[in-house]
Design a binder for this molecule. Structure first.
Ligand code: NAG
Ligand code: NAG
Ligand code: NAG
Ligand code: NAG
Length: 611
């Protein structure tokens, strides 16, 4: 009897072990092992290690997709896949159980975004034109910053547009899917290329000399140092020479530009087909003859009207002031350029109108989609009863960052917005943010310098280097974005209440709290549905970093998207060099000398007189 029992038991054991063997893991972890083997392994804290493990898995999944056309291994192989991965990790990090340490559930390795498992299913969810954009942006070597930025920007917009369903677990969510897909299918070098892995998986591996012979190591070190020194010296010489050359080149270019640009513009209007050209009568009807009731905004360039087109759609119309006939060609060309820039987080341009009428003179109008929910400014500082909830604020921050990243790196040519502020972030009925007024800085009437137009309503948003020296780069937009971001988190205006005659900047205030380790105190009181503290803190730190007074401390917009959307941590925030308040005084002084009295900031404090 007991013998029979024993026989049965061993039979069962045999069967079950045989069963386990049949569902072996199809993922090939040896790919990862080869990459990691030669590289240095810095000590990481648990959180970073988990992220690294997660990114490594995505790389392996990407290789799996490249070879088999499938994103995920079958569900019944989940256990054995974890075992394979654990074996690999054990060889590099002792006593690190992946699942218990990082909180991953067993099934998650075989589940992901919107139940998509194959390449065909993925491509079926996405328009082919969007895939073409990704193919154009992600097929190069991604080791450098700029190609990497355009690739991740295009992927982030793919995610935001088409992959909005839920995902199971946090191992391979929809963001991860776009990265896995790009590395496997689009990029010609594949997921195991160092540049691709670094750009798409934040996965770093570097070969290091594993020499046991100490003397040889020292010799190598000395040689490397000497060679490095020589290269550095030559590099500096080269750079100096190159800069001189470049300066000469640009000087020449500036002269050449004048001659050729006009013919180019005329050519491009003739070809313009994508935009609707409205007649002045259309516009007059839509706005009830520019009725005052229809005015929904006023800007440096003119008024904004609400209107209804004959097909019943509601639009916003911007009417520029002080126009003359002579600039129409340039205007039409610029409008074409702006209209070609399309993204879910940018306000779409529908058409334009240029006309000369006997009574109103020369007219230029552009027609955009109307946003039902008004601007972020209305919601933060207007008379709204309900405060925006945390999830909505997260959505607004991320969407705005995506839109700006697309302007900087996705559009051809790249566009610097120059006037990002809460009233330029519009919200649609689902509170998806749309950046408005990009590219319009060019249309400010002649005679108004950048300085005066900026000052009109945007004190507190302008990056110090731009305000002081007119130095304009993408990172001036990042600063303005950082200020809006802080307004969004704190519910306080860019220029906060005046204390002792000095207006205080929200950026300074937030930094002073962060420095005392009180980042969470930045958050507006009573915000509904506040998220977990580590996420909230990450957002505050990201906002403070974006609004850093030093240009090079700020991240780029695509890094911001990565920080908010993916697992990239916030870099440490460098100390601020000078109190920014001195800069305000400088701005004030340069403004008053430029003759504009139209200030929205209170006066009455002593001008800064030191240097
Ligand atoms: C086989 O898998 C079952 C669970 O499905 C597990 O309980 C058992 O221990 C496994 N056997 C072996 C030999 O790995
Ligand atoms: C994944 O989610 C689990 C549970 O939701 C959590 O404990 C873990 O920290 C998350 N891991 C990562 C890397 O986000
Ligand atoms: C995935 O499929 C399951 C059933 O097959 C379904 O219950 C679930 O809602 C689906 N999830 C998504 C995000 O489509
Ligand atoms: C990427 O470029 C390679 C080489 O130029 C080409 O063969 C391949 O078809 C391209 N892939 C895509 C998806 O465009």
């Amino acid at each position: 009897m007991s013998l029979l029992f024993f026989l049965l038991l061993s039979l069962q054991l045999c069967l079950s072990s045989a069963q386990n063997d049949t569902v072996s893991c199809p993922l090939d972890f040896s790919v990862l092992r080869r990459l990691v083997q030669g590289s240095k392994r810095p000590n990481r804290d648990v959180k970073t290690e988990c992220r690294y493990v997660q990114q490594g898995l995505r790389l392996v999944q990407s290789e799996y997709l490249r070879v088999t056309g499938r994103f995920l291994p079958p569900l019944d192989s989940a256990e054995s896949c974890w075992d394979s991965y654990q074996t690999l990790v054990d060889d590099f990090v002792p006593n690190f159980d992946i699942r218990t340490t990082c909180g991953f559930e067993t099934d998650w390795i075989a589940e992901g975004c919107m139940n998509i498992t194959t390449r065909e299913e993925f491509e079926g969810k996405v328009l082919s034109s969007a895939l073409n954009n990704v193919a154009a942006a992600c097929n190069d070597s991604l080791g450098n910053g700029s190609p990497c930025a355009s690739c991740t920007t295009s992927l982030s917009s793919l995610h935001a547009t088409y992959l909005t369903g839920g995902s199971v677990g946090n191992l391979s969510d929809c963001t991860a899917y776009t990265l896995i897909y790009a590395a496997a299918v689009v990029n010609q070098f594949g997921p195991t290329d160092a540049g691709t892995a670094y750009c798409l998986f934040n996965f770093e591996f570097s070969s290091s000399s594993n020499s046991k012979n100490k003397q040889r190591t020292i010799v190598i070190c000395v040689v490397v140092v000497v060679v490095f020194g020589v290269v550095l010296f030559l590099g500096f010489c080269g750079l100096w020479f190159f800069r001189r050359k470049r300066r000469e080149f640009w000087k020449k270019r500036r002269f050449d530009g004048r001659g050729t640009s006009l013919s180019f513009e005329i050519e491009s209007i003739n070809q313009s087909t994508s935009l609707v050209r409205y007649t002045f009568d259309d516009i007059r009807q839509a706005t009830k003859n520019f009725s005052r009731e229809n005015i929904v905004g006023r800007g440096g360039y003119g008024n904004v009207f609400k209107g209804v087109l004959p097909d019943g759609s509601e639009v916003a119309l911007k009417r520029f002031k002080n126009c003359s006939v002579s600039g129409d060609a340039t205007f039409a060309h610029e409008v074409e350029v702006i209209a070609s820039v399309r993204h879910v987080n940018l306000v779409a341009l529908r058409g334009y109108c240029t006309a000369t009428t006997p009574y109103e003179g020369h007219q230029r109008i552009i027609v955009c989609d109307l946003m039902r929910n008004g601007s972020l400014h209305d919601h933060l500082f207007g008379m709204r009863e309900r405060k925006l909830s945390w999830p909505i604020r997260q959505k607004i921050a991320l969407g705005t960052a995506r839109g700006l990243a697309y302007l900087h790196y996705g559009a051809q040519p790249g566009i610097i917005h120059r006037d990002i502020k809460a009233s330029n972030i519009l919200l649609d009925e689902k509170f998806e943010p749309k950046v408005a007024d990009f590219g319009l800085a060019k249309f400010t009437p002649e005679g108004m310098t950048h300085l005066t137009t900026r000052v009109a309503g945007t004190m507190g948003y302008v990056a110090p280097e731009y305000a002081l020296y007119g130095q304009l780069t993408e990172r001036s937009d990042v600063y303005s974005f950082g200020v809006v971001f802080l307004e969004l988190l704190s519910g306080k205006k860019a220029l906060m209440a005046v204390s002792e005659g000095q207006p205080s900047l929200v950026t300074e205030w937030a930094w002073s709290l962060v420095r005392k380790g009180r980042a969470l105190d930045v958050i507006e009181d009573g915000m509904p549905d506040l998220g977990p503290p580590e996420v909230v803190e990450k957002y505050v730190l990201a906002a403070v970093l974006c609004s850093h007074p030093e240009l090079y401390a700020r991240p780029t917009m695509d890094q911001v998207v990565k920080i908010l959307d993916m697992d990239l941590p916030v870099p440490s925030i460098p100390e601020r060099p000078i109190p920014l308040i001195a800069d305000i005084d400088d701005i004030e002084r340069s403004m008053s000398s430029s003759g504009s009295g139209n200030l929205s900031t209170p006066r009455g404090y002593q001008p800064y007189s030191g240097c």
